[in-house]
Write a protein that binds this ligand. Structure first.
Ligand code: NAP
Length: 244
């Protein structure tokens, strides 16, 4: 199945590292004009060095005013991937207000705000569009020390469904991918210990964590016209973890 995004403009948040970075590069290879949003300038510099056609935007998405200023003149976007997130892991009884607010600001509030900015343009142009929010298996299954992270991703899942409901009449599709562990910087934070990793892989029917490419390919499918009748779904990319 060949996917082409020639003539499309894609915006990817959290494009400095991990899944977002590989996704931005994959979208550019598929012909899209790509805007990469993240908060570390050095990551954007190296990304543009790797792919000169990518437009970099450096902003802390936890900051509503700065995000508005950075994206208000972004121009027409056809494809949006809300991928940026943070994972502050701590036992439930030790969660602090700061950790809670930081996580919800990036993982939920920025998804809402960036989607509003982009979807208002899609609606005004009448051109439709596709939005993918990067959620997690943690949205639907309790994981130790993940109280806040799980809560943010649960919020992303239901936010996605409401967006699908309200934006559907404008031919804007909105879906999530819900990966299992991927050994990016974020994945290594919680799952580097081989003994702990085994407690997770033993619950995954396919017996392994996801590769970045597994997640990128699922996002490309949901962005593309190959999934034209799919909206409001939460797509596990988890080797069967959530099914069992
Ligand atoms: P990652 O390697 O930590 O990369 C996250 C990217 O988001 C980084 O470029 C980071 O920039 C950026 N970012 C974080 N906070 C930001 C902010 N306030 N403003 C702007 N950019 C910000 O993470 P990943 O593993 O690729 O995760 C990508 C997505 O997949 C996330 O939504 C995550 O929840 C989800 N996910 C990951 C896993 C996993 O095991 N890795 C599993 C399921 C779901 P800085 O480095 O500068 O902070």
């Amino acid at each position: 199945m060949e996917i082409s995004f020639t003539g499309k403009h894609a915006l990817v948040t959290g494009a400095g590292k991990g899944i977002g970075r590989d996704l931005a590069l994959a979208l550019a290879r598929c012909g899209a004009k790509v805007t990469a949003v993240t908060r570390t300038q050095a990551d954007l510099n190296s990304l543009v060095q790797e792919c000169a056609s990518i437009t970099p935007v450096c902003v802390d998405l936890a900051d509503w005013g700065a995000t508005e200023a950075a994206l208000k003149d972004i121009g027409p976007i056809d494809l949006l991937v809300n991928n940026a997130a943070c994972a502050n892991l701590q036992p439930f009884l030790e969660v602090t207000q700061d950790q809670f607010e930081q996580s919800f600001s990036v993982n939920v509030k920025a998804v809402l705000q960036v989607s509003q900015i982009v979807a208002r343009g899609m609606k005004a142009r009448g051109s439709g569009g596709s939005i993918v929010n990067v959620s997690s298996q943690a949205s639907q299954c309790a994981l130790r020390d993940h109280a806040v992270y799980c809560a943010t991703k649960g919020a992303v899942d239901i936010l996605t469904k409401v967006m699908a409901l309200e934006l559907g009449p404008y031919q804007i599709r909105v879906n999530t991918v819900n990966p299992t562990v991927v050994m990016t910087q974020m994945g290594r934070l919680g799952w580097s210990d081989p003994e702990k990793a085994k407690t997770m892989t033993s619950r995954i029917p396919l017996g392994r964590f996801a590769e970045v490419e597994d997640v990128v390919n699922s996002i490309l499918f949901l962005l593309s016209d190959k999934s034209n009748m799919i909206t409001g779904v939460t797509l596990p990319v988890d080797g069967g973890f959530l099914a069992c």
